[in-house]
Structures are given as structure tokens and as C-alpha cells.
Design a protein around this ligand. Structure first.
Ligand code: SF4
Length: 348
């Protein structure tokens, strides 16, 4: 049976035409599904009862089952564990901070990238999420944000489980529906896609006109260090990645976010900071330093506080906008993927 909330406008047009209706019904259906966030075909009141019944015989609206949620007592960060129809599990998070409510959503069950500092990497790769599974996380987090924080989501980040560009078609389709005025209606300034550095897909995304914010997980200024913590560097090394980033036709005022997970004794010295500046020279960037908090490879250590501050100070003194990312939800496992990783570890 066709999943309606995995369909873009063209696919809905094909569906309604195949069911003997005129094309304009697809526009109504699209608005009901994504603008009105309908979860029930029967609620689509401006569509005739006969056609609703025909639709219900041929298609359905997918919803995710919320299995568990856990909230931080410190800052309210709330993680939700969802079960998919095939029994796989993913997590998504609402992060409240300084007047914003950010949804962090997953793009895959597990991940192939194998970053050593990441809890999701321990699950391995299970499968890509369908477009409906991606959009449903957002819809359910919107409901959660209103109920728990009495507000609307302000930002969406693809920083949950999975490498979004490794699930390119489904993620891009979901983003286009999030951006559509007749869909979810979010601004491209409010959506950030974070990648481990799949250089050709980053270029493709821009070539395909996807102008959401881009974050790239760099984590080391040289190939040897990066290869040791991010196996993807064997496929796309820093030279190739930087050449791709420097060649992107970014919209005016857009900067690439460089994510840098700081690992004690591994990538956190003054020399690393200076090499990072050399690497990034000429790129419009802002840098997010993220203290490693555990959850990945047992041999990795958190950095010392003074090393994080010294690293930031070197970058800011050279006019690089550099933030130390606040670790939200520290009491409910800081790293994305840990709720689901716990489940998979217990069921292996
Ligand atoms: S950090 Fe991201 S890309 Fe790397 S293994 Fe984890 S989920 Fe995958």
C-alpha cells in the first residue's frame, strides 16, 4: 500500500490521476498531508467522501510509534525513541536553548560512517529511512514542542542517527517538503544538514538547488589524525573535501559550520588549532567546538577544559567565529544515537 506522506507533489499527481481524479486534487492532498499535518485521510474535509474512501483503499499515512522519551532535568532536552514498522528503532531530540527549540532528527537506522567518537556508529548500518519516516519525526517533535515547551520548533538539524547524504534521495525529498510553502513551510535558514564530508554529495546537493545550511564534521586538521577517527577520510580526504567546499556556490551571507569534536590528547592542541586555520583559509566558516562526552570508542577521552578554551582563543584571536557548543541534556546521554544504541546493545 502506498505511503502518502512519502510522496512529493509529482508522485501525488500520478496517484490521483491513476485513481481517475483530476491533477488539482494532488495539490489539496499535499496541503493536507504537510501543511495541515493530517494523520487521517478522513479528516481531509474538502475532498469528497467517495475519493477519500478510494484513497484509503489504496494508500495510508505512516505514523511512528513513540516507544519511550526521556527529558533532561538540567535543561529540558527531550529525546524520543521511535519504533519503525519493521521493528527498527531511531531517536530524535528536541533541544531548548535561548528562546529556540531545535529538532534534531535521524536520517538512517544506524550509520555506515564508523566515526570513532559516535554512539550511532556502534549500531552499524541497518537501513535508510524513507521520506515519511523522516517527516514523521518532525511532525511528532512539533507536537511534543507545543505540549512540553508551549512553543513551535524554530530550527531543524539533521544531526541525529545516520549520515544524511548517504540517504540522499529520501533526505532531499523530505527537505523540499519541509521548505515548501504548501508543505511544512520552514525557511532554508532554519534547516541545517550535517555531513561527515561526502564531498561529491555535498556538491550535488548545492547543484540540485538545496540551499539549507551546511555543517561539515571535520574533527582534525590533517589526514592522519582524521583517518584515525573518521574512516570516511580514506575515501574523501581533506584536500578533496576542502576543494569541494571552496568550489561551492554558497548564497550570500551563508557560512559553512565546521564541527570539531574535541578529543583529549588527540586533536586538541594549539598546533592543531593553527593547522585548522591553515586548512580553512579562504572558506566562509563558523566553527563549533564540541567537547567529547563519551559514548564512542572506549579509548577516547574528553578534552581538558583549559585545552578547549585555549583552542577557542587561538581561533577567535584570528577572527574565526568560534563557539563551544553547550552540551545539552548531559544527564540523559549527551551524544546522539545513545538511546537507540542502548537498545541495540541490549538486543544483540
Ligand atoms: S557522527 Fe554522524 S556520520 Fe559519523 S558515525 Fe555518527 S551518525 Fe554516522
Amino acid at each position: 500500500m502506498l505511503t502518502l506522506n512519502s510522496c512529493n507533489k509529482n508522485e501525488l499527481e500520478m496517484l490521483v490521476v491513476s485513481l481517475g481524479e483530476s491533477k488539482y486534487r494532488a495539490g489539496q492532498l499535499f496541503r493536507w498531508l504537510y501543511h495541515e499535518r493530517a494523520t487521517n485521510i478522513n479528516s481531509m474535509s474538502n475532498i469528497s467522501k467517495t475519493f477519500r474512501e478510494l484513497l484509503a483503499d489504496n494508500a495510508r499515512i505512516l505514523q511512528l510509534k513513540e516507544l519511550a522519551s526521556v527529558s533532561s532535568k538540567i535543561d529540558g532536552t527531550t529525546k524520543v525513541l521511535f519504533e519503525l514498522e519493521d521493528g527498527e528503532r531511531i531517536e530524535a531530540v528536541v533541544l531548548p536553548a535561548r528562546g529556540s527549540l531545535t529538532a534534531c532528527i535521524s536520517s538512517q537506522v544506524g550509520c555506515k560512517m564508523g566515526c570513532r567518537f559516535c554512539a550511532t556508529a556502534r549500531i552499524g548500518y541497518k537501513r535508510n529511512l524513507h521520506t515519511a519516516e523522516i517527516l514523521e519525526q518532525l511532525r511528532q517533535l512539533e507536537v511534543l514542542a507545543r505540549a512540553k515547551f508551549n512553543g513551535n520548533l524554530t530550527n531543524i538539524v539533521f544531526m541525529g542517527m545516520g549520515e544524511p547524504l548517504d540517504n540522499y534521495n529520501n533526505v532531499l525529498k523530505a527537505i523540499n517538503i519541509m521548505l515548501d510553502d504548501n508543505g511544512y513551510g520552514y525557511s532554508h535558514r532554519r534547516i541545517t544538514l550535517s555531513s561527515a564530508g561526502l564531498a561529491p554529495k555535498i556538491k550535488l546537493m548545492l547543484d540540485d538547488g538545496c540551499n539549507v545550511n551546511l555543517a561539515v564534521s571535520i574533527n582534525a586538521p590533517d589526514d592522519d589524525t582524521r583517518r584515525a577517527i573518521m574512516p570516511i577520510n580514506n575515501k574523501y580526504n581533506l584536500a578533496e573535501l576542502m576543494e569541494t567546499l571552496k568550489g561551492l556556490d554558497l548564497q550570500r551571507r551563508k557560512r559553512i559550520t565546521i564541527e570539531y569534536v574535541m578529543l583529549g590528547g588527540l586533536n586538541d592542541t594549539a598546533e592543531h588549532a593553527r593547522s585548522l586555520m591553515t586548512l580553512l583559509r579562504g572558506l566562509p566558516v563558523k566553527i563549533n567546538l564540541i567537547r567529547y562526552n563519551g559514548g564512542g570508542d572506549a579509548n577516547l577521552k574528553p578534552p581538558k577544559e583549559e585545552d578547549v578554551l585555549a583552542f577557542q582563543s587561538i581561533l577567535t584571536s584570528h577572527k574565526y567565529t568560534t563557539f563551544i557548543r553547550k552540551s545539552l541534556g548531559a544527564d540523559i546521554f549527551g551524544a546522539c544515537g545513545q538511546l537507540a544504541a542502548g537498545y541495540y546493545a541490549n538486543t544483540r
